[in-house]
Design a protein around this ligand. Structure first.
Ligand SMILES: NC(=O)c1ccc[n+]([C@@H]2O[C@H](COP(=O)([O-])OP(=O)(O)OC[C@H]3O[C@@H](n4cnc5c(N)ncnc54)[C@H](O)[C@@H]3O)[C@@H](O)[C@H]2O)c1
Length: 286
């Protein structure tokens, strides 16, 4: 594999922040972009706190915090971020039109040999790649939250993705200390698809009055070895995002087993969005 050192990460939200940190921790120079300076500064501060906590626990050396952050350059101008990139990971909002616009711009602004990866959760990498003139170099590269911690990366080739792009993306994931699995393009890939059905089943059990939220989560943690219960996980992801993603799964697959229980819509209408609003299935200190 060619040595791919110049990396651009598009997006400085939850995932863009984690992904930029992962690359920088693995020694890559990273250019990170988002729509404005404030969100970029927030992202850098989140990374600084995450890295400092690793240093406090002795997982990285104290000097590494500044060294890793020093490998991340931030700019609000996308073309500037990708101008020298060999590998680009897009982690902007989960909106097909926004991603297609970003990929159309990427296609013009990034070097012709650069790989263009999208971190989309359930959109089609093929539909995103279709906004470019070079779909062979486009691919899904699905990091999971929190990206610095989760060891899996789903590599999702679109229908026109070249074999070399798949191999280079797998190799990149391995260089980042992750384990790649390849999943042909299909709504939700492997993990999200299974988790989506399971989370909705948990909400059904709650809404049918079979067990309390606490007992459902305890049952899945102690009985099935889950690190976090399915309802607590919906709170973490965001109830609204979970509903949108479930609806996309139903639309894309035509299979009602992914349908979100009406209780979830009622929760969204009431502003019970999970951790980010302070209350979902559980209450949170804000
Ligand atoms: N949050 C998760 O658990 C998770 C897990 C796996 C994959 N994903 C996927 O990762 C992607 C990002 O999700 P997130 O949770 O980080 O979202 P987020 O809302 O935290 O961040 C999205 C960022 O994209 C930025 N953005 C919007 N338009 C942009 C543009 N044109 N150019 C540059 N930046 C732009 C926003 O300002 C925001 O900072 C989505 O595709 C999502 O489906 C999310």
């Amino acid at each position: 594999m060619a040595d791919r050192e110049g990396v651009a990460v598009l997006g400085a939200g939850i995932m863009g922040t984690g992904i930029a940190q992962v690359f920088a921790q693995s020694g890559f120079s990273v250019a990170q972009t988002d729509v404005g300076e404030a969100v970029l500064a927030r992202s850098r501060e989140t990374m600084r706190r995450g890295l400092q906590s690793l240093a406090d626990k002795g997982r990285i050396a104290a000097d590494d915090v500044a060294a890793i952050l020093g490998r991340i350059r931030q700019t609000a101008v996308l073309a500037e971020a990708v101008a020298d990139a060999d590998f680009v990971v897009e982690a902007v909002v989960e909106d097909l039109e926004v991603k297609r616009q970003v990929f159309a711009e990427l296609d013009r602004a990034a070097p012709a040999a650069a790989i263009l990866a999208t971190n989309t959760s359930i959109l089609s990498p093929t539909a995103i790649a279709a906004a470019t003139r070079s779909p062979a170099r486009c691919i899904g590269m699905h990091f999971m939250n929190p990206a610095p911690v989760v060891r899996l990366v789903e590599v999702v080739p679109g229908i026109l993705t070249a074999r070399e792009t798949v191999e280079a993306t797998k190799a990149m994931a391995t260089r980042l200390g992750k384990t790649p699995v390849v999943a042909k393009e299909a709504p939700g890939g492997i993990v999200s698809r299974i988790m989506m059905a399971m989370r909705n089943e948990a909400v059904d059990i709650l809404a049918e009055g079979i067990a309390s939220a606490e007992d459902i989560d305890t049952a899945m943690k102690l009985g099935a070895g889950f690190p976090i219960g399915p309802l607590a996980l919906i709170d973490l992801v965001g109830v609204d995002l979970h509903v949108t993603n479930s609806e996309t799964m139903v639309r894309e697959t035509g299979n009602a087993k992914y349908r979100p229980h009406p209780l979830l819509r009622t929760m969204v209408r009431a502003g019970l969005l999970g951790r980010k609003s302070g209350r979902g299935f559980y209450g949170y200190e804000r």
